[in-house]
Design a protein around this ligand. Structure first.
Ligand code: HGA
Length: 613
């Protein structure tokens, strides 16, 4: 999603700004731009093409300076066209980039228009640029503090003023922003970025700004002010952390797309995630986890999208193995719902990036309701989510570039299974022998996943048929119902085929009406306690002429027949079976999308880390 980079330095910082944008590119964006302070004026280049094209445009325009800001935009207000791309200017004096959404933009726009400000875009962001220009009193740091006090909604901003060269001011509330300090090569430089990854190789000295902070960047110095409850600001010191951020620059190797590469990386990602897990102990989740696990008797999982489905799978594990009542909620719903809090709840958030705006807000909401015990399953150790939660399990999926999540999902499942076993241990619902059997099965997962990945050629054959469809149904039962949901989501996200998932027992309560010979029905068929029930559901589909595509465990005795296509999975893998069964669904979505010729790694309208509400 949107990215911000900003800098002040004695050298030309445009290459660093552009490189920063390139590092944030994989998150998805629809336009990009850079603005600098050059020759006593504001200059900018903006584009709806890729950052590589923006770089050429910048070179052609001769944009160069020691003061500048840059942005990748994922439009929320106003179409993805050049005049809506950031940076936005006001009066040839203020240049500003913004991540987030300003909720009172209509009211502010009316107010500023009445004062004579002319708007050139349809964005909510432009109101901030004009507001800063309107309030400007010769001191940008002070002005921004007064301006942000008028904003409702979420923002990370970077702004500079024509009248104050070598000064950039940043502010954050609800969207992430970090300050970077110059390294030995350029000690006077100061940087801003929405993610430390944008500054990888430029500096590893990072200050994570807190909610409400405003930061002043000047050559060789910086100041931070925190926002107080009465909307005044007070100077504050924030720790400098040494952060070895990944560059995100992963090589494609023999793969056609990052998504394919990431599907095939799952055995390694799971092995890395389990590395160092010598046995099950609450401390896998951080110091003090035993005390927390003893103090709770419910679990509330908050997540969005694919992470919501990993949480939905974990509910089955937590209730059946750890015998702990668990609810799973979509973060964007929970944060606004009038719910009944229970202080003896472990609030578990799940997010690949750890910056998902809705999940962060849901976490804060849960805490504000009096639920202090929080744990996150997250792929980014330096993220806001990890910093905000009492306990954490960091998955080691590595950088995930494809917008459609794959290895992040399966490693989340691995982390959630460990959580189940740790809670089961503390609650005495598993014996040491049962725990050892589960752990052994987890350690064998990388090998088991390899066997599933070997099914790719068979999935490719199915994908040809799928590519001609416009609708698909996915069925699963029990633990594999969330896997069917995830399979349908993958197909929607990257192939744009309309897909819906149902627990197979629900078919006859409505969706069976959709089944004709034109409707492929994908079924997840593990050899578990519900197999015979599932077989009856398959009969219901066949009886209506529906065409079945079944991923069946070896011992299910579901055989190929007229209108019934079977891909044989390995032996049933017990409680961990969802981690294996999701893989062919990822492959099916991937190869169907390839056959339809879509932009697999950057599907239309979607972004990687969803940092706006
Ligand atoms: N609301 C602004 C910024 C959008 C954003 O943060 N996207 O991730 C706009 O629409 O330009």
């Amino acid at each position: 999603m949107c990215g911000i980079v900003g800098a002040v330095s004695t050298r030309n910082i445009v290459p660093i700004l552009v490189q920063g944008l390139q590092r944030l590119e994989y998150r998805g964006y629809d336009s990009c731009g850079v603005a600098v302070h050059q020759g006593g004026a504001l200059r900018r280049s903006r584009s709806t093409a890729r950052v590589a094209e923006l770089r050429q445009q910048i070179d052609a325009d001769g944009v160069a300076s020691g003061t500048g800001i840059a942005h990748t935009r994922w439009a929320t207000h106003g179409a993805p066209v050049v005049h809506n791309a950031h940076p936005h200017f006001s009066g040839g004096k203020i240049a500003l980039v913004h991540n987030g959404i300003i909720e009172n933009h209509d009211e502010l726009r009316a107010e500023l228009q009445a004062k004579g400000y002319v708007f050139e875009s349809q964005t909510d962001t432009e109101v901030i640029a004009h507001l800063v220009a309107h309030l400007y009193d010769g001191d940008l740091f002070d002005t921004v503090q007064r301006a942000v006090a008028r904003l409702h909604g979420a923002y990370a901003i970077a702004v500079f003023c024509r009248d104050e060269p070598h000064r950039v001011v940043g502010a954050r509330y609800g969207s992430p922003l970090v300050l970077g300090l110059g390294d030995d090569a350029d000690p006077e430089a100061r940087y801003l970025a929405s993610d430390a990854m944008a500054l990888a190789g430029v500096t590893d000295r990072i200050v994570y700004l807190e909610e409400g902070d405003v930061v002043d960047l000047q050559l060789g110095k910086h100041w931070i002010s925190e926002r107080l409850a009465d909307d005044n600001f007070a100077p504050v010191l924030r720790d400098v952390k040494i952060v070895h951020a990944h560059t995100g620059a992963a090589e494609l190797g023999p793969y056609r797309h990052y998504m394919q590469k990431e599907i095939f990386e799952q055995p390694r990602a799971i092995a890395d995630t389990l590395e160092g897990v010598e046995g099950i102990t609450p401390e896998l989740f951080g110091d003090g986890a035993y005390r927390v696990f003893k103090a709770i008797d419910r679990v509330l999982i908050l997540a969005c999208g694919t992470s919501y489905y990993s949480g939905s799978t974990a509910k089955y594990w937590l209730e059946s193995i750890a015998r702990i009542p668990t609810s799973v909620e979509i973060a964007s719903e929970y944060r606004y719902r009038d719910s009944v809090p229970d202080p003896r709840t472990l609030v578990v958030t799940i997010s690949q990036s750890g910056e998902t705006a809705d999940t962060l807000a849901a976490l804060k909401h849960a805490r504000s309701l009096g639920m202090p015990h929080t744990l996150t399953i997250c792929n980014v150790a330096t993220s806001a989510m990890v910093r905000e939660c009492e306990l954490a399990y960091i998955t080691r999926a590595g950088v995930e570039v494809g917008v459609a999540s794959t290895k992040a999902f399966t490693t989340q499942l691995a982390g959630l299974f460990l959580l189940t076993l740790a809670l089961a241990q503390v609650r005495g619902t598993t014996t040491p022998e049962q725990e050892a059997v589960h752990l052994k099965a987890m350690r064998h997962l990388p090998v088991a996943l390899q066997a599933v990945l070997a099914l790719e050629p068979q999935v490719v054959a199915w994908a040809e048929a799928f590519a001609r469809k416009e609708n698909a149904l996915f069925l699963g039962r029990g633990l594999h119902y969330p896997i069917a949901l995830e399979g349908a989501l993958k197909l929607k996200e990257i192939s744009y085929i309309h897909a819906e998932a149902y627990p197979a027992g629900e078919l006859k309560h409505g969706p069976l009406a959709l089944v004709t010979s034109a409707m492929p029905v994908v079924t997840v068929a593990p050899n578990d306690a519900l197999l015979e029930k599932l077989k009856s559901n398959l009969q219901e589909v066949r009886a209506r002429g529906g065409e079945l595509f079944v991923f069946a465990d070896a011992d299910t005795r579901i055989e190929n027949a007229e209108g019934l296509h079977v891909i044989r999975m390995p032996e049933h893998y017990g409680a961990l079976s969802p981690i294996l069964h999701v893989v062919p669904l990822q492959l099916l979505a991937y190869h169907t999308a390839c056959a339809r010729g879509t932009d697999v790694d950057k599907p239309r309208n979607l972004a990687k880390s969803v940092t706006v509400e």
